[in-house]
Design a protein around this ligand. Structure first.
Ligand SMILES: [Cu+2]
Length: 221
């Protein structure tokens, strides 16, 4: 068995399967996230925390979180530490974007279009992004230490490719994961060739986002 449960995994995080699927691409790790009713979980993060690797040359340290129809799009953005993130406003109203998170505090006062200066995320962690005008707008920026991190898609799949064979320790994150004070770390052995597939079942907190304000006439905000 190629798993060491490095303790602290939250109780409801269950390893469902370990499969080696043949692949022509050497060294892949695929984590599939599902909730306790079997539905795929999008926007969960897998981040390798050891071994420490250096960034590939020429890696673009940039990111973008758009605002469309008074929502942040992704709503989760994964960037590498020291990335500059652009916050374009694709609506024809003003937004006032901010974060009070320790990872990054910033404020982009009322603006339209693509006029806001990019924000440097120089500390690893998670920043919660809000808008002062539209209370229901919530986004998350996950700042990983290296490029060995992936966001799960609508099928719940997060894939790390081009991994050298060997032991990796990774952590997982989701904005609504229960028991978030507990570490959620795993150690796996990535094979020399093929994909190590891992299924994780997470119990999430209910979605408690603030309801959108009813549309009442057209204003500039
Ligand atoms: Cu707004």
């Amino acid at each position: 068995m190629h798993l060491k449960t490095t303790a602290f995994a939250a109780p409801r995080i269950i390893v469902l399967a370990f499969l080696f699927a043949p692949s022509l691409t050497a060294g892949e790790l695929e984590v599939v996230f599902k909730d306790d009713s079997g539905q795929p979980i999008a926007n969960a993060v897998v981040e390798v925390i050891s071994p420490e690797v250096s960034l590939p040359l020429g890696l673009a340290l940039t990111g973008m979180m758009d605002q469309v129809d008074k929502e942040f799009v992704g709503p989760v953005l994964l960037v590498v530490q020291n990335s500059l993130v652009q916050f374009p406003n694709s609506d024809d109203i003003h937004h006032h974007v901010y974060s009070y998170s320790d990872t990054k505090r910033f404020e982009l006062p009322l603006y339209t279009g693509n006029t806001a200066e990019p924000v440097l995320f120089d500390k690893a962690g998670v920043a919660t992004i809000g808008c002062n005008i539209h209370d229901w707008m919530v986004g998350y920026i996950y700042i990983s230490q290296t490029h060995l991190a992936a966001l799960s898609d609508s099928d719940g799949r997060a894939v790390l490719t081009e991994l050298d064979a060997g032991e990796y320790k990774f952590r997982i994150w989701h904005s609504r994961i229960k028991n978030r004070d507990q570490a959620t770390e795993y150690t796996v052995i990535v094979p020399e060739s093929g994909t190590l597939q891992m299924a994780l079942e997470l119990e999430l907190n209910p979605d408690r986002r603030i309801r959108r304000a009813p549309v009442s006439g057209r204003t500039n905000y």
